[in-house]
Design a protein around this ligand. Structure first.
Ligand code: AMP
Ligand code: ZN
Length: 112
């Protein structure tokens, strides 16, 4: 998708510091952080709906693997963090390109 902000960042056509990148996904800081540490783990591929894919476990596994390893590498595994995916209109998803939020740096309120 040409005008998708995360596709543009993936291709380097919009500037954003990639903190980590592998063949499947990359990690950036959220532009409007909801916690002291708010990262986004984003597949390079434009994935709109997980339900369009049969290999959901592979897609999510790769994203969670990147998130867990990155969290471990930056030393927040012991303090803890939250991983969240918004999917579709009812979830409040703003950017229609699959991404995993990683929130940390303070005690997060319960899911309400
Ligand atoms: P969601 O509501 O799950 O779709 O979350 C989209 C997130 O992307 C929001 O937390 C935005 O602050 C964030 N965001 C939107 N544009 C950018 C950008 N250019 N760079 C980094 N984060 C962004
Ligand atoms: Zn996209």
């Amino acid at each position: 998708m040409n005008d998708c902000i995360f596709c543009l960042i993936s291709k380097g056509e919009v500037n954003s510091k990639k903190l980590f990148s592998n063949d499947f996904c990359f990690v950036i800081e959220d532009i409007a952080p909801k916690a002291p540490l708010h990262l986004l783990i984003i597949p390079h591929k434009h994935i709109l709906r997980l339900s369009d894919f049969e290999d959901v476990a592979i897609i999510l596994g790769s994203m969670f693997d990147a998130a867990v390893n990155y969290a471990k590498n930056i030393g927040i595994a012991d303090d803890g963090y939250r991983l969240v995916i918004n999917q579709g209109e009812n979830s409040g998803q703003e950017v229609p390109h699959l991404h995993l939020h990683l929130l940390s740096g303070r005690k997060l309120l319960g899911m309400g």
